[in-house]
Design a protein around this ligand. Structure first.
Ligand code: SF4
Length: 509
């Protein structure tokens, strides 16, 4: 009988979580590189260039790929022939201990994002525990672990449906995907679970995302099962939607589609769909009693040599002098390089500001938003001589419910985030002649290098959700909604959907 040491298991979990915080799986890197090379949409190509550069920088600097270092999700398959050297901790407790150590590692602290009492106080547990652990007992005498750090932006876009047996799964996916917006930071993967019961389909969808990108091999060898046929059909139909990298319109929205299925009730067809984002992070290892797992570090030469130059007509903006009048001729789709001071704020800070405004207290001391931009971000803590840790944008859509109040009452003229804004918010932006700028989700370490100074100005108790003042130099953003209400997340995909139809009909001739 194999004896697994608890300590080996905990050490392996800790090492794997550190490893995936800065190493993308190479299969994902190669798939994005291929998508980058063939992309014709400049906005999408630029976004993928930033994702690839960020990926290499993270691998080199051993710092997180994304400021959202994820919720730990772990599949543990325990051989029936395994015993443990110590039984004082459950598997859940061992995974949590490894998580705690990984996320509080002083050399590469990872952002703690987990909140307890989710329907109430939502208090940060400070060490990213507990993890979500799925345990299976399987034949054999090893322990197999698949572990991921799943980004909140992509997890939030998960969908589940109980279809009728005669309903078409592909049609449901194609109808549903555009409703998910761009907050899941494409290009990524779709994990689809089919069958079982509602909860089983969801777990299958998540587990399918642990497999490597291999759709090109499937295309070459041809599908042999129903699930493989579905994968290819969904892959084509989803990319034909033209959503593209970051939802800006382009040829590649997904680099793979994964499917796992199990038998189900004759009356049911449960389907769950979970997207994986530009911060695809997972590792896979086995323990056989001989010690902790050793994950082999990839070589930096494996990353493509991608460079990204801003175009000659790029607009450079001094945030310390910008006025509402000056932003009126910024055009949707335009690249802008920001320098100067901006304030940050995300969900909790906005909620507090709203309460203070309702109570007639005004903005907190030290916060003046007149003619200022707010950046939706919750950075990772700095280490060494860093000004700030990885600091990419969070999903702006979540701030929609506060935006009209912010524009109406605070003097704010612009916002920076990722993903689309809702129709009411786009109207509010146009009404207030403001702008919404988009930074690339999943390029957090790259963005952090543009931040030259950082200090907390309010709500320090909110930790990463506090209001910071960042001083930036040449921070690249794209105008996603301009002051007339023109909206890149609507126009981009529409243009590229039509373009893909054209390309398909040219190919068919
Ligand atoms: S890439 Fe986007 S969705 Fe993924 S973890 Fe980062 S911010 Fe969240």
């Amino acid at each position: 009988m194999t004896v697994i040491r608890q300590q080996d298991f905990i050490d392996s979990i800790e090492d794997a979580l550190q490893f995936i915080s800065y190493y993308h799986p190479l299969d994902y890197v190669k798939a994005v590189e291929q998508a980058y090379l063939k992309e014709e949409s400049q906005a999408a190509k630029d976004a993928m260039a930033q994702i690839l550069i960020n990926s290499r920088m993270s691998a080199e600097g051993h710092r997180p790929l994304c400021q959202d270092t994820g919720i730990v999700t772990c599949f543990v398959k325990i051989g029936m022939g395994v015993s443990w050297d110590n039984t004082d901790l459950t598997v859940q407790q061992m995974v949590d201990e490894g998580t705690r150590r990984a996320y509080t590692n002083p050399d590469n602290p990872l952002r703690a994002s987990i909140v307890a009492d989710p329907a109430g106080a939502r208090t940060n547990t400070k060490d990213n525990t507990p993890a979500v652990v799925h345990i299976d007992m399987v034949p054999g005498d090893q322990v197999e672990v698949m572990i991921a750090a799943k980004g909140g932006g992509s997890e939030n876009k998960s969908k589940m449906v109980m279809l009728n047996p005669s309903d078409d799964i592909v049609e449901w996916v194609v109808k549903t995907l555009p409703t998910m917006g761009a907050g899941w930071c494409p290009p990524g993967m779709l994990g689809i679970g089919i069958g079982g019961t509602a909860e089983k389909a969801s777990v299958l969808a998540k587990e399918s995302l642990m497999d490597p990108v291999d759709i090109q091999e499937l295309m070459e060898r041809g599908p042999q099962t129903t699930d493989e046929k579905l994968r290819l059909e969904i892959f084509k139909r989803v990319n034909d939607l033209g959503i593209g990298a970051q939802g800006l319109g382009g040829l590649t929205t997904v680099v793979d589609v994964k499917i796992k299925s199990v038998p189900t009730h004759a009356a049911s067809k449960p389907v769950a769909m979970i997207p994986n984002c530009a911060a695809t992070r997972h590792a896979h290892f086995h323990l056989d009693g001989s010690g902790p797992a050793e994950l082999k570090a990839p070589k930096l030469e494996e990353w493509p040599e991608v460079t990204w130059e801003v175009g000659a007509n790029t607009r450079r903006v001094n945030l310390d002098k910008v006025t509402k009048e000056a932003i009126q001729d910024w055009k949707v789709g335009e690249t802008v390089l920001l320098s100067g001071k901006m304030l940050t704020g995300r969900d909790a800070a906005h909620k507090r500001i709203q309460t203070m405004m309702e109570n007639g207290e005004g903005l907190p001391d030290g916060v003046d938003l007149t003619n200022r931009f707010i950046y939706y971000v919750g950075p990772v803590d700095a280490v060494g001589d860093e000004v700030v840790g990885p600091a990419g944008p969070t999903t702006a859509t979540r701030m929609d419910k506060f935006t009209d109040m912010m524009l109406e009452q605070t003097g704010l003229i612009g916002m920076i985030g990722k993903a689309e804004r809702g129709p009411a918010t786009v109207n509010s932006i146009a009404k207030h002649k403001a702008v919404y700028l988009m930074a690339v989700g999943g390029a957090a370490y790259l963005v952090s290098k543009a931040i030259k100074k950082s200090r907390v100005v309010a709500f320090e108790d909110l930790g990463m959700e506090a209001i910071y003042e960042f001083e930036v130099e040449d921070m690249p953003v794209t105008v996603a909604v301009d002051s007339t209400g023109a909206n890149a997340h609507e126009t981009g995909p529409a243009i590229w959907k039509a373009r893909i139809e054209e390309l398909d009909s040219e190919l068919a001739k």
